[in-house]
Design a protein around this ligand. Structure first.
Ligand code: RB5
Length: 146
């Protein structure tokens, strides 16, 4: 799978750990950042979200301190369904019910071991479709409207 990944300064260490571990065997496009210098998470969120929305990458992973800011920002990009998850069950259901195409993690919330489990489950769980697809259509119909 081709995966876009990005983090702010609070997610650099976890991003590197995932690249060395759970993401081995996948094609990873890293949108930064690479140092602990403070940056604005929306800049990274939009870069990764656009890569996923355009089809350039199949999925995205975004990491900030909590995962929350990244998910709020990424969900502003049309076609993105970003889910901030800090447990395995939520990550699995974000795929099964919500067809989440971006996973957001908190570098200050989950450790590397749990994050690896979350990522592995999230990458492998299929979307259930059916009534869930109808619900997602309703969400995307709202995009661009007030
Ligand atoms: C940056 O200070 C922090 O706000 C960010 O890493 C993230 O937690 C935002 O949701």
């Amino acid at each position: 799978m081709t995966i876009a990944i990005g983090s702010d300064h609070n997610g650099v260490a976890l991003k590197e750990a995932l690249k060395q571990g759970a993401l081995q065997g996948h094609i990873v496009r890293d949108f930064g950042v690479f140092t602990s210098e403070s940056v604005d998470y929306p800049d990274i969120a939009f870069a990764v979200a656009r890569a996923v929305a355009s089809g350039e990458c199949e999925r995205g992973i975004l990491i900030c301190g909590t995962g929350i800011g990244m998910s709020i920002a990424a969900n502003k990009v049309q076609g993105i369904r970003a889910a901030a998850c800090s447990d395995v069950y939520s990550a699995k259901m974000s795929r099964r019910d919500n067809d989440a195409n971006i996973l957001c993690l908190g570098g200050r919330v989950v450790g590397p071991g749990l994050a690896a489990e979350i990522v592995t489950v999230w990458l492998n769980e299929p979307f259930a479709g059916g009534r869930h697809a109808r619900r997602l259509e309703k969400i995307h119909a709202q995009e661009g409207q007030r």
